[in-house]
Design a protein around this ligand. Structure first.
Ligand code: GDP
Length: 439
């Protein structure tokens, strides 16, 4: 997320070197403007931002620190609209959210992603309601999505009336004590009166805490315009931009909140259920300025790592007992963290590296595939203690997973060495050794 934007931003910031010189400030503002326009940020928003940075820098005496401070504050003001960000819970459960958007924007997928985010990262009980009864396949699609993430779906195949469905779903939600109700509403190819009429009716009966509008970031400024129309007609409280992994330059995300005065709340960047990121202005500003997002990274790690298991694993590593069973489990956890590229963008100073890793796919790397094939063919006992493997067993395993026996030996040896290294560096002395090795 934000690779292109961060790259052009940080490269503009790197070029800026000045001390109390107004000419240098003009040049710096020019660099910034170029970076913003290159990322397709709306030109009015660019002007607003540049003017604000200029005024604030001058107020505090022209210099690089003042400039960076002004930039940080101006960016924050641009993104923090109405003081709302991320997910806001209603004072009394359940928090009811209406998910709206045009057909094809990614509304159904995003409803699933948000349900998954609430369940796995926030430990909430979620009920998804199928109230998109316009498109025949919509309910079925939602059923599949909810099945995959193991979240309850409320659907009623016997009616075509979304108002009835929502009424009954909310009664059900109160009975079973859910924390959040996500209502998937009807989508159309374009905005029309019938759709708006239906949404108004559903809104009246659902009395939602918030209405989210799902917009396809690939449609650029069109996404901003339709979001504005939805806001005028039914009122929206937040925007979720989808398909951010596509080749959009990212500018929409920077401009939309200020253009329609509705905050951006989440960003979808991929087709998997894990590919949804919360949009928090201060974290995004840090990222844009090349400072990474350590908090975001820590949260993501915590969501996939079970603390008890992590402790047990550390013990095993220290004793040199890390085996192939642990390895398989770790690989599964890593997959849940999302793409390598999205993780890199959160590490300070690594934002620029993210685009270089665009095509690096951990799951599909050939070496990893070979290891996984081999490990899956081994018995549980063999994974614990690969020394049990004799030559004929190794030959059989090699044949079974389409490898050469030399490759099998290489993988086993590599693993043994890695386990030894991990043991060596996991103790206090190990950390000292590592530091001295790194100079
Ligand atoms: P709906 O008609 O608005 O409900 O749209 P869907 O949820 O069916 O999504 C339309 C298409 O966009 C599907 O093929 C989704 O997999 C895809 N999609 C949704 N969100 C994203 C995203 O963030 N990234 C990518 N690459 N594809 C997405």
């Amino acid at each position: 997320m934000f690779d292109t934007l961060t790259e052009s931003f940080t490269s503009a910031i790197r070029k800026i070197r000045f001390h109390d010189d107004e000419k240098a400030l003009t040049k710096a503002l020019g660099e910034l403007k170029k970076a913003l326009l290159k990322a397709d940020v709306n030109h009015k928003v660019v002007k607003e931002l540049i003017d604000s940075v200029e005024i604030q820098t001058k107020q505090n005496g022209v210099g690089k620190d003042q400039f960076l401070d002004a930039l940080r504050k101006s960016l924050y003001a641009l993104l923090d609209v109405k003081g709302k960000s991320g997910f806001v819970y209603a004072p009394v459960a359940p928090t009811v959210i209406l998910m709206t958007g045009l057909q094809g924007s990614g509304k159904t997928t995003t409803t699933g992603k948000l349900a998954n985010w609430l369940k796995t990262r926030q430990k909430k009980r979620v009920l998804v309601v199928a109230a998109d009864l316009q498109r025949l396949a919509a309910v079925e699609q939602l059923r599949q999505v909810c099945g995959a993430i193991d979240v309850e779906l409320y659907a009623d195949d016997a009616t075509k009336n979304p108002v009835e469905v929502v009424k009954a779903a909310l009664e059900h939600a109160k009975k079973v004590l859910v924390d959040v109700v996500l209502i998937d509403t009807a989508g159309r190819l374009a905005i029309d009166d019938e759709l708006m009429g239906e949404l108004a009716e559903v809104k009246a009966v659902a009395n939602p805490h918030e209405i989210f509008y799902v917009a396809d970031s690939l449609s650029g400024q069109d996404a901003v315009r339709t979001a504005a129309t939805f806001n005028e007609k039914i009122g929206i409280d937040g925007v979720i931009l989808t398909k951010y992994d596509g080749d959009s330059k990212g500018g929409v995300a920077l401009g939309i909140a200020s253009q329609i005065q509705v905050p951006l709340r989440f960003i979808g960047a991929g087709e998997k259920m894990e590919d949804l990121e919360i949009f928090l202005p201060d974290r995004i500003v840090n990222r844009l300025m090349g400072l990474g997002d350590i908090e975001g990274l820590a949260e993501r790690t915590a969501s996939v790592i079970d603390e008890k298991k992590a402790k047990a694993l550390t013990k095993k590593i220290k004793k040199g007992e890390f085996n192939f069973n642990d390895f398989l489990e770790q690989m599964e956890s890593l997959k849940k963290m999302g793409s390598m590229k999205s993780i890199m963008g959160m590490i300070p100073g690594m934002g620029g590296m993210a685009s270089a890793l665009k095509d690096f796919d951990l799951e599909n790397s050939t070496q990893l595939k070979q290891i996984k094939a081999l490990v899956s063919s081994m018995t549980v006992k063999e994974r614990e203690d690969p020394e049990l493997l004799n030559n004929s067993r190794k030959a059989r395993l090699a044949k079974g997973c389409g490898l050469d026996i030399i490759e099998v030996n290489r993988i086993l040896k590599q693993f043994k060495n890695a386990s030894k290294m991990a043991k060596r560096f996991s103790g206090k002395q190990g950390m000292k050794d590592l530091q001295s090795m790194m100079g």
